[in-house]
Design a protein around this ligand. Structure first.
Ligand code: FCB
Length: 547
């Protein structure tokens, strides 16, 4: 990589009215799994399966938020957060997933919502953050169409209960994880490893979302909004080989486009048939489903943690007919010089920029975006400088994406406090607030104090002069070279090629800068290119070199 001229982008000032908040999820914090008539969820079951969760841990007690919610609301007030995203446990409200409503379960959420409102904190309620009632799983779970109907019924129950106080509703959290990780990879509840079943689950989740949007809309008061939250991970081929590029594209379909295309583009991507045609006949799709799934939403929630660097790999199962939906002939790798989190996750703020700008370009009707999760995992140190750097750099990338045209309205840090991190159990901690699981004592970390100051004055200082702009020679596969406008992961376009640019080598601590650039000629590794940095007058080019 050859350095070219640096162009500082100035201080990043977030607009007034930008929503700042934190996020959590029911099973990760509530505990009290047998209290006040709560029914069982697939996570209660999954946690008891030997080897499913690290050290055999479960959300049985978690942060005991069910009893300590007032203290947690106080922590949010002290942070200065204007919003809080939490989820409702479906089995707490409908112990069998359908049928009689459990009033005591609803009362808990009523108390919470009232306390938030009193504290001037806007609730953003996620209806489904992975804790499917076990009774619904016993009837086939998300593999079957009926579950989509039951989900819509449950959405209506929740609106009846809280619709007078909750104006922002999120149907699903990360349907990729609920379907592919839960029914394909088997790493999450219900722990299935299926092909057709996992893809059916993805479709039925989307359908359930669409049905719920329709129901909520019919009931909504003026100004109330409905959205959905997706996890987005741009995929990057590990090398310039056509095989790795094709692998990255399959992974992109599995994780990203499988969900964004039907939601915002009105159709399933054409490569669905090519990629999954050997493991399913797609018989779960019915006429009219795409219209339901594509029912316009008021906002999109984006959860971003990392990009996926992928290379082609042998399929795990030789017989295509027996492959899981996760068995795609790909392998995720960590680039050698990568900056990583305490959990080893690759830290690449430019991936958030790519996500936001990529979505905006690919889907002309994309609604406003909220970053509904973004955060850093480690082992729980109180002086969590790694988390502060992560938050700051991703906020910078968010701001840069807004400058480039992405309509981003808010940011929710994951997470308010350390909690039950699914299959990793309690060892992975994402909180701004530390939780001692023995005593349930809450202790704010450095990141909490940093966030409090930042929310009070949401400005990121100018990058220091002298930083250099690098060109990253990725995505140079000739198969997809050309003016590929709008693919997620593509941040800059030109005639015959594209690429990406970023400041520093990932170790820049003053905030991460990104710029679009046009590439005039086909991108060939090692060949010089002309670079036009966005925001500078056309024709003001500085030379760069790829490879
Ligand atoms: C996301 C989940 C969230 C949390 C973070 C770290 O995928 O939505 O519950 O576990 O990852």
């Amino acid at each position: 990589m050859t350095a070219i001229e640096h162009r500082p982008s100035g201080p990043r000032v977030f607009p007034a009215g930008f929503v700042w908040g934190t996020a959590t999820a029911a099973y990760q914090i509530e505990g009290a799994v047998d209290v006040d008539g709560r029914g069982r969820s697939i996570w209660d079951t999954f946690c008891r399966m030997p080897g499913a969760v690290a050290r055999g841990e479960s959300g049985e007690i978690a942060c005991d938020h069910y009893h300590r919610w007032q203290e947690d609301v106080d922590l949010m007030k002290e942070l200065g957060a204007a919003a809080y995203r939490f989820s409702v446990a479906w089995p707490r409200v409908l112990p069998d997933g359908r049928g009689p409503v459990n009033r005591r379960g609803l009362d808990f959420y009523r108390r919470l919502v009232d306390a938030l409102r009193e504290g001037g904190i806007e609730p953003y309620v996620t209806l489904y953050h992975w804790d499917l009632p076990q009774a619904i799983e016993d009837r086939g779970g998300w593999r079957v169409r009926e579950t989509a109907e039951r989900f819509a019924d449950y959405a209506e129950v929740m609106y009846d209960a809280l619709g007078d106080s909750v104006s922002n509703w999120i149907t699903l959290n990360e349907p990729y994880c609920s379907s592919i990780v839960g029914y394909g990879e088997g790493r999450h509840a219900p722990g299935a490893t299926e092909g057709h079943g996992a893809l059916a689950a993805a479709h039925h989740l989307l359908l359930g979302h669409g049905l719920a949007v329709t129901r909520l809309r019919a009931l909504a008061r003026p100004g109330q909004r409905v959205g959905v939250t997706l996890n987005m991970s741009p995929t990057v081929p590990a090398t310039t080989s056509p095989e790795d590029a094709a692998a990255a594209r399959r992974m992109d379909l599995l994780v990203n486009r499988q969900f964004t295309d039907p939601l915002f583009g009105g159709s399933y991507a054409p490569d669905m048939a090519e990629t999954f045609g050997r493991i399913t006949d797609f018989s779960f799709r019915r006429d009219g489903d795409l219209e339901t799934i594509g029912t316009p939403v008021d906002f999109l929630g984006v959860n971003y943690y990392y990009r996926l660097h992928v290379e082609a790999a042998p399929y795990e199962e030789a017989d295509p007919g027996r492959r899981t939906a996760f068995d795609l002939g790909v392998r995720t790798v960590t680039p050698e010089d990568a900056r990583t989190s305490g959990l080893g996750w690759v830290v690449e703020p430019e991936g958030l920029y790519e996500t936001l700008v990529g979505l905006t370009t690919r889907y002309p009707d994309l609604p406003p975006v909220y970053i509904t999760e973004n955060g850093y995992g480690d082992d729980g140190v109180l002086e969590d400088t790694g988390r502060v750097d992560y938050l700051r750099d991703h906020l910078a990338a968010t701001h840069d994406a807004m400058t480039a045209g992405a309509d981003v309205r808010g940011y929710f840090a994951w997470s308010l406090m350390d909690n039950f991190e699914w299959a990793r159990g309690y060892s992975a901690r994402f909180g701004l607030v530390h939780v001692d699981y023995e005593t349930q004592e809450r202790t704010p970390k450095s990141s909490y104090r940093w966030m409090r100051e930042f929310i009070a004055d949401p400005v990121l200082a100018e990058p220091p002069a002298g930083e250099e702009l690098f060109i990253d020679p990725v995505m140079t596969d000739p198969v997809i070279a050309g003016p590929v406008i709008g693919d997620p992961g593509v941040v800059a376009y030109g005639t015959g090629g594209y690429g990406r640019a970023h400041y520093g080598a990932g170790d820049y601590t003053g905030g991460y800068g990104l710029d679009d650039f046009d590439v005039a000629d086909p991108v060939v590794a090692g060949a010089p290119v002309d670079v036009l940095v966005a925001g500078t007058p056309r024709g003001d080019r500085s030379g760069g070199e790829l490879g």
